[in-house]
Design a protein around this ligand. Structure first.
Ligand SMILES: [Fe+2]
Ligand SMILES: [Fe+2]
Length: 167
C-alpha cells in the first residue's frame, strides 16, 4: 500500500492505532468492498475522512475516527450472503456492532455511528450529528471507490457538508 495521508497523521494514528493492530480489523483486508478497494481500505477511508471533517466542524472526532473504522466490521461477502432476518443494509450494522464490542469498549455515540451508518437505506434516525456525518461519508466513499480516484471533487463536497451540518 502506498503511503497515504492517514499514515502521516500522528493524532489520527494515536486515536485508532490500538484498533488497527487488532487481527479482527486487519482481516477486513481479505474482503472486497467495492471494485477498487478492500473492506479495510474502505473502513480507513471512511474513518479518516470523517475524522478530518469532524475536526473541522468541532464535532467528536475521536468517536468518529474509532467508530468509522469499525462501521463495517463483518466478515462475509455482502453480494453473495443473504439473511432471512432482513436485508444486508439492516443486518450488517448490527453484526458490526457486535464484533466491535468484542474488541473495544464503545460509548453511546460510537454505537450509534455504527448502527445508523446505513441511514437513508434504513429508517433508524441518527442520534448524533457525528452519526449523520459518517453515514454521508460512507455513501460518498462507496461511489468514490466504485468510480475510481475522484479526489479533486472532495473539496467542493466538504463545503456542502459544512453547510448542511450548520443548519
Ligand atoms: Fe456498511
Ligand atoms: Fe461502509
Amino acid at each position: 500500500m502506498k503511503t497515504n495521508a492517514w499514515q502521516q497523521d500522528q493524532e489520527y494514528l494515536t486515536l485508532v492505532g490500538d484498533l488497527l493492530d487488532q487481527p479482527a480489523v486487519q482481516k477486513l483486508a481479505n474482503y472486497t468492498q467495492h471494485h477498487h478497494s478492500d473492506r479495510l481500505q474502505h473502513s480507513i477511508s471512511v474513518s479518516f475522512d470523517s475524522y478530518k471533517l469532524a475536526k473541522s466542524m468541532h464535532l467528536d472526532y475521536k468517536s468518529v475516527a474509532r467508530a468509522g473504522l469499525l462501521h463495517d466490521l463483518f466478515y462475509y461477502d455482502w453480494r453473495t450472503t443473504k439473511f432471512d432476518l432482513g436485508s444486508h443494509a439492516f443486518i450488517h450494522p448490527r453484526v458490526s456492532l457486535r464484533n466491535a464490542e468484542k474488541i473495544t469498549p464503545l460509548n453511546d455515540m460510537e454505537k450509534d455511528i455504527i448502527l445508523k451508518h446505513m441511514f437513508g437505506a434504513t429508517l433508524a434516525l441518527p442520534k448524533y450529528r457525528e452519526s449523520l456525518l459518517v453515514s454521508l461519508v460512507d455513501d460518498y466513499e462507496a461511489e468514490h471507490e466504485f468510480f475510481g480516484p475522484l479526489r479533486q471533487k472532495v473539496d467542493g463536497w466538504f463545503r456542502k457538508i459544512k453547510v448542511r451540518a450548520s443548519i
